[in-house]
Design a protein around this ligand. Sequence first.
Ligand code: SF4
Length: 106
Amino acid sequence: MTQVMQSAFVLLAKLIVWIRPALPTICAAVAWTITAMLILNIVAMVRQGLANVRKMHRIPCASCRYATDSYRLKCSVRPVEAFSEQAIGCHDFATSNFASNDLAPS
Ligand code: SF4
């Protein structure tokens, strides 16, 4: 068992000596590959975050007249979908900026 380990270490040492001239190039390639992958992951993460923020800003409930301040009943019309992604494009949306004469019959 010891001889096998010694042979393996000798082979490893010979391999390292053999690739020594190319070692700086290999290490630089590995380092730049890791750096590039890190930068690409950060860019992808920022893009995904911006897409999520844009999607959240499309939820209209904050300016809807049917939204309530109660956490028990967030919306009096669609309580399940309120303040979630399902509320994007809600057909019952009505702006909260209405005058009292909006309710008066014309
Ligand atoms: S009616 Fe639609 S837009 Fe208005 S609060 Fe309820 S779910 Fe949101």
